[in-house]
Design a protein around this ligand. Structure first.
Ligand SMILES: Nc1ncnc2c1ncn2[C@@H]1O[C@H](COP(=O)(O)OP(=O)(O)OP(=O)(O)O)[C@@H](O)[C@H]1O
Length: 445
């Protein structure tokens, strides 16, 4: 008897150690084989109670049968006086089978009459606490259905390994909360706002972008209104760099002139944008990186008014027309608010890519993320200081995501800038390209 007990205890201990080791060394297979099935059963089994607690049930008239009249029925709320009686029952929304994801699980819910996805978004935090998971995100693939995606632990605590970029003007700069890649694709979303308080990770993101773009056949242009301290080390890969407002005015004028030339080129060739031109005559795409955008708009005295107006108009023109002519903007700053003037408000409207790192005030989050789902603003304000690089990201699909950039040091970005320095077209080359003598023949070829 004692032997059997000892044997059983030893087997159980070995089993526990085995499971622990499995979970430790290959979490993904452990999650699929053991963790997820147990979780799915628990989620299905507790759905009625959870939905009731989160206010997602509806009263419905049902015929109710009980063998013990007068007792409280299993809902805890229905008292049935007779064996068979029509009563109002709290009905839970129908839950489909949960499916595993990389960092948790997702399940489709059929909404009850009168419910909208926002009802579920508002209950998301309560659902997360009820299920003991890090977060529950709500989406609605079609009317009448909502998908609840639960992440068990924050997948953004550590993100590593910046993968090499394979597509032109597209860089994977980090990871989304869903486990998917966080991509900045200038050909899909041409202009981006990158806001955040100091030390929130804005420069790190610019570094990741630079490392991804440096090996590509494109030109990079920098506006570093911090006096050049951020971008000067990357000068080998920059075709032009402005470090003061005076220099910025000149460089922006050049960009506007270049855009006008490209417009003429496209018109002559009967093309709507540079991507419809033959590769032989297609001008090089330009990504413009701006650090500390507010400095372009801040006025110390009235004498600067004209300069600011010129800068603002030029930047806005680039934002409005740049996409078709291969000029893309990545604008970073601590504040991108309307207090900087109407030029900033108009510029913001042209930037469909929005990135909001940790911010100090709710207003900056609202201004950066615009009229996105209010839950995005709450999420932006909840980013802790201990996780720099975490941001709320909104792209063209109108969805928002929590994401974190890969950690890319200044040294790594400097190294990339030096390594690919030979790919840097000179500013003179870029501005002269459309004046080539053989251009008319090439265009008609
Ligand atoms: N994704 C990340 N993972 C880990 N650490 C990060 C990440 N992003 C930024 N950091 C760290 O956070 C600190 C601040 O980052 P960063 O300099 O990019 O902030 P910032 O918003 O540009 O600040 P400032 O406006 O003061 O220049 C740096 O020490 C950086 O190493």
């Amino acid at each position: 008897m004692a032997d059997t007990l000892r044997l059983t205890l030893t087997a159980l201990a070995a089993c526990a150690v085995g499971l622990w080791a499995w979970r430790r060394w290959h979490y993904r297979s452990f999650w699929l084989v053991i963790g997820f099935p147990l979780t799915a059963i628990t989620v299905r089994a507790t759905w009625r109670k959870v939905a009731l607690g989160c206010g997602l049930t509806k009263k419905r008239q049902r015929w109710w049968f009980t063998t013990v009249p007068g007792a409280i029925a299993s809902t805890g709320l229905v008292k049935v006086r007779r064996r068979f009686e029509r009563v109002a029952v709290d009905t839970k929304p129908f839950m489909w089978l949960p499916r595993p994801t990389r960092h948790g699980w997702r399940v489709t819910i059929w909404t009850l009459e009168g419910q909208i996805p926002d009802d579920y978004s508002q209950a998301a935090e309560r659902l997360a606490h009820s299920w003991g998971v890090h977060a529950v995100r709500v989406s609605s693939p079609r009317p009448g259905r909502v998908v609840l995606a639960a992440t068990i632990r924050d997948p953004l605590v550590q993100v590593r390994d910046l993968p090499p970029s394979t597509d032109l003007l597209k860089v994977t700069v980090g990871r989304l909360e869903t486990g998917g890649p966080w991509e900045i694709d200038f050909r899909t979303v041409p202009h981006w706002l990158n806001a955040g308080a100091t030390q929130s990770g804005k420069s790190n993101l610019a570094n990741a972008l630079l490392v991804g773009l440096a090996p590509q056949p494109i030109a990079l242009v920098g506006f570093d209104l911090k006096g050049g301290v951020e971008f000067t080390p990357y000068a080998p890969r920059l075709s032009a760099l402005a470090t003061s407002r005076a220099e910025s005015v000149g460089l922006l004028d050049d960009l506007v002139a270049l855009m006008a030339e490209r417009m003429g080129l496209c018109r002559t060739a009967g093309a709507r944008n540079i991507w419809q031109l033959a590769p032989a005559v297609r001008p090089v795409p330009i990504v413009v990186l701006v650090d500390e955008l507010a400095e372009l708009y801040l006025m110390a005295d009235k004498s600067e008014k004209d300069e600011i107006a010129r800068t603002s108009t030029a930047l806005l023109r680039v934002a409005q027309l740049g996409r078709a002519f291969g000029i893309y903007l990545f604008l970073s700053g601590q504040r991108i608010g309307s207090d900087l003037g109407p030029g900033v408000t108009a510029l913001r409207a042209q930037c469909s890519g929005r990135i909001c790192h940790r911010v100090n005030d709710p207003e900056t989050a609202t201004m950066t993320l615009g009229d996105l789902d209010p839950a995005a603003l709450v999420s932006a304000r909840a980013i802790p200081a201990e996780t720099p690089g975490v941001a709320i990201v909104a792209g063209q699909d109108g969805q928002w995501y929590r994401a974190r950039s890969f950690y890319v040091t200044e040294q790594a970005a400097e190294h990339a800038a030096r390594t690919y320095a030979d790919l840097t077209p000179s500013w003179d080359e870029i501005t002269a390209v459309d004046g080539r003598a053989d251009l008319p023949e090439l265009l008609t070829a």
